[in-house]
Design a binder for this molecule. Structure first.
Ligand code: HEC
Length: 119
């Protein structure tokens, strides 16, 4: 007896649905921390929402992969030469937290929304 069409349809669409739902869930779900709260602690040095007005680099709107690469470098046994504080700061965070932070800051606008709107 041939498979019913509706069963074929379900088999075909099930993986697509799974993919869609995992894409919709925030990637920081795997971090056990409240990432927005953690990220607000970065503001002391990197500026509100990661937009710095000092010599410390901005984080907002930077590519997620680049931010994650830097955070992992700070967390490694050989942090980049010249690192002053970030190597100590990232200790205590798990890789899932670093991923979440990288994703969070990459999604923030690099220009304040009010400025972008000309207000
Ligand atoms: C006490 C100040 C301070 C805090 C708090 C801080 N940072 Fe930093 N951050 C720095 C400094 C200074 C550097 C330059 C590297 C160094 O000297 O450690 C830096 C560099 C970085 C860089 C690399 C930027 C680049 O372009 O080179 C990233 C990414 C970063 N910080 C992310 C974060 C995140 C995420 C947090 C919050 C969890 C955070 N920082 C909290 C001071 C701070």
């Amino acid at each position: 007896m041939p498979m019913s069409l509706s069963l074929v349809g379900r088999l075909l669409f099930a993986p697509a649905l799974l993919a869609a739902s995992s894409a919709a869930a925030p990637a920081w779900a795997s971090s056990t921390l409240d990432i927005k709260t953690v990220a607000s602690s970065c503001a002391n040095c990197h500026g509100p929402d990661g937009r710095s007005t000092t010599i410390i680099p901005s984080l907002a709107g930077r590519p997620q992969a680049a931010l994650l690469e830097q955070l992992r470098a700070f967390a490694s046994d050989n942090p980049p030469a010249g690192t002053t504080i970030m190597n100590r700061l990232v200790k205590g965070y798990q890789d899932a937290d670093l991923q979440a932070l990288a994703q969070y800051f990459s999604t923030l606008p690099s220009t304040p929304v009010s400025m972008a709107q000309g207000r």
